[in-house]
Design a binder for this molecule. Structure first.
Ligand SMILES: [Zn+2]
Length: 289
């Protein structure tokens, strides 16, 4: 059964580790992530962007697929199904479809409007037992076609949004979606520290987890980050393994063209990436804590 992310993130914040959010794109992605979480006894959050939701034929299809897998694969670790960077309308659709967790990204609205809309969704999610993530300060890079520059959130605005009763807060601290450019300045720990000082026990979310050096990840966790989003890295490892299979001519040998064979190296590569991240984030073995 899907659970909200509230409990797992409270435990992560208190235990000084982070739960990974791994974005899904199809059946192989979902299966690889769920099997790895179960094998490592780790809580996990499956992220679905609006674009990926559309690609997978809508939120109801996603909910059906994930619920089916939880049952058929005997997944017993805590799993949350989370809308990633949801619009106001997308959030409502996912709530209706059966998601257990929602991100409302109102960071592109003026702060007062972000607060107004977030407040309304807090009320809805509370009533239904879903967790809600809010965002303050746009995160750089590309979010479904929208390119931002990677700003640092205003800690006072973070405090105002945290006080609305959200369950987790994403704040820009110089992080970027996708691959990091060579001239990237790194995370602003000063900003993160001021945000945590004002927001206390609120689990903080680090978006754009791909390519952030390990020592920075560990430092971010020590400063209150309890959820880290990983998307691009699984895409890169899937593409790399699939390319190698085809370049080696394996699809031309025997029944190597069978999608169950063709997609297998990519699926294994996703598992390896998820395992590596769960070990780095410290969530391994934490499912039953
Ligand atoms: Zn993000």
């Amino acid at each position: 059964m899907l659970v909200s992310a509230t409990e797992m993130l409270k435990k992560a914040k208190a235990g000084h580790y982070a739960v990974g959010q791994f974005n899904i794109n199809n059946l192989e992605w979902t299966k690889s992530i769920l099997l790895t979480a179960q094998e490592l006894n780790s809580p996990v959050i499956l992220g679905v962007s609006e674009g990926a939701g559309k690609y997978m034929c809508g939120y109801k299809t996603v909910v059906g697929m994930v619920n089916g897998m939880l049952e058929e694969l005997n997944i017993t670790v805590p799993v949350a199904l989370h809308l990633d960077h949801g619009s106001y309308e997308g959030a409502k659709k996912c709530i209706e479809a059966g998601f257990s967790s929602i991100m409302f990204d109102g960071s592109h609205y003026p702060i007062e409007e972000n607060i107004e809309k977030t407040k309304e969704l807090v009320a809805t999610c509370n009533k239904l037992g879903l967790s809600l993530e809010a965002e303050v300060g746009a995160i750089g890079g590309e979010e479904d076609g929208v390119v931002g520059m990677g700003e640092c959130a205003d800690p006072d605005e973070c405090k105002r949004v945290a006080d609305l009763g959200v369950d987790m807060l994403a704040a820009g601290i110089g992080n970027i979606h996708g691959k990091y450019p060579a001239n990237w300045k790194g995370l602003s720990f000063e900003t993160l520290d001021s945000i945590q000082k004002l927001t206390g026990q609120m689990p903080l979310v680090l978006h754009g987890g791909t390519g952030i050096p390990e020592d920075m990840i560990k430092k971010a966790i020590s400063l209150g980050v309890a959820k880290i989003n990983v998307n691009t890295e699984c895409q890169l490892s899937f593409a790399d393994a699939t390319r190698k299979y085809i370049e080696a001519g394996k699809d031309l040998e025997g029944k190597g063209f069978d999608p169950r064979k063709l997609l297998a190296p990519g699926a294994e590569a996703i598992k390896a990436t998820v395992k590596e991240k769960m070990e780095l984030f410290g969530s391994v073995g934490k499912a039953n804590d």
